[in-house]
Ligand binder design. Structure first.
Ligand SMILES: NC(=O)c1ccc[n+]([C@@H]2O[C@H](COP(=O)([O-])OP(=O)(O)OC[C@H]3O[C@@H](n4cnc5c(N)ncnc54)[C@H](O)[C@@H]3O)[C@@H](O)[C@H]2O)c1
Length: 286
């Protein structure tokens, strides 16, 4: 079962399309589903652009690109999921939206199909409860990082009813697609987001206290800590609205230490959301 060949991806947005690419590059056939085939096709065409860059960087040739893309089938329908051995869900971060797609998948997917959600903040156990009792032992979280085709880490998170053998299978599947999985408990923020946001909140305190500017924090973390990208450049990539939303969830779960700083709220109120609005902590060309 760890040698899976057919994968279904729910959601062809930023994460879903890239996760599909990870499986396709490892030789799996991928059904990439979104709300319509047109949206799913857009997701696939972004991957074509990503692979063009890989060709220019000498990491792949045209034949390999065509073979990888040939394994990805965009769809607006659930029928291709009848054959899926694993489904990874990366639709909007909204419980009702996720519940609706998992309910559909539960109806159509084979009994042994593994269900994995890429949620960043909804408890895995709560999402696992959206599928039938018999399926819950095969439901878990696989938290990929953006861009998923580049970042090696996957947090593998069992829910209350996930079978340990399924966790082991999914860890092995992650390794087969070139990732390094870590086994994490189902706690708010999992591991990486707890560490990351603790650091971002402290960075925001430093900026609020006028100790240092955002640009200098980035320099400090790159040159002093060896980070490949500074916290403020990264916040602009992930988006300040999402950053605030995650900190509110962490604050709710853990209290004072994750209280979002006023400076972040101001950025969101001003519409300085990051790269997507061409302005965040930095200003970008449109
Ligand atoms: N963006 C990140 O850095 C990141 C990192 C890790 C995890 N995540 C998680 O991954 C998930 C997706 O995030 P994203 O950034 O790719 O979002 P996104 O908005 O780029 O993509 C979501 C996609 O889901 C599609 N969708 C919505 N409802 C659907 C439905 N009913 N059926 C099929 N498709 C549907 C949308 O059309 C969209 O294409 C979220 O749960 C998010 O929390 C995001």
């Amino acid at each position: 079962m760890t040698k899976i060949r057919k994968v279904g991806i729910l959601g062809a947005g930023m994460m879903g399309a890239e996760i599909g690419l990870c499986f396709a590059m490892a030789g799996c056939k991928v059904a990439l589903k979104d709300m319509s085939i047109e949206v799913a096709e857009k997701g696939k065409s972004r991957l074509a652009a990503t692979l063009e860059k890989a060709i220019r960087a000498g990491k792949m040739d045209d034949l390999q690109k065509d073979a990888v893309l040939g394994r990805i089938t965009p769809t607006g329908r659930m029928d291709p999921f009848e054959q899926a051995e694993m489904v990874v869900e990366a639709v909007f971060e909204n419980y009702e939206v996720k519940k609706a797609v998992w309910t559909q998948a539960d109806e159509i997917c084979p009994a042994e199909c593994i269900f994995a959600t890429n949620t960043s903040s909804i408890p895995i156990t709560q999402l696992g409860a959206t599928v039938k009792q018999e399926r819950r032992r095969r439901f878990l979280g696989t938290h990929f990082f953006s861009p998923a085709s580049v970042m090696k880490l996957v947090e593998v998170i069992p829910g209350l009813e996930t079978e340990e053998t399924v966790v082991g299978q999914v860890m092995e599947i992650c390794r087969r697609i070139g990732k390094t999985p870590i086994h994490v408990k189902d706690v708010p923020g999992f591991v990486v987001n707890r560490i990351l946001h603790a650091m971002w909140i402290e960075a925001n305190r430093l900026v609020e206290e006028d100790v240092i500017s955002p640009e200098e924090v980035d320099t400090a973390c790159k040159l002093g800590l060896g980070h490949p990208i500074g916290p403020y450049a990264l916040m602009d990539l992930t988006g300040n609205e999402l950053n605030l939303q995650v900190q509110e969830i962490l604050f709710h779960a853990y209290g004072e230490r994750f209280l979002p700083r006023p400076i972040l709220k101001q950025k969101v109120h001003a519409g300085h959301l990051g790269r997507k609005t061409s302005r965040g902590w930095y200003v970008y060309d449109k």
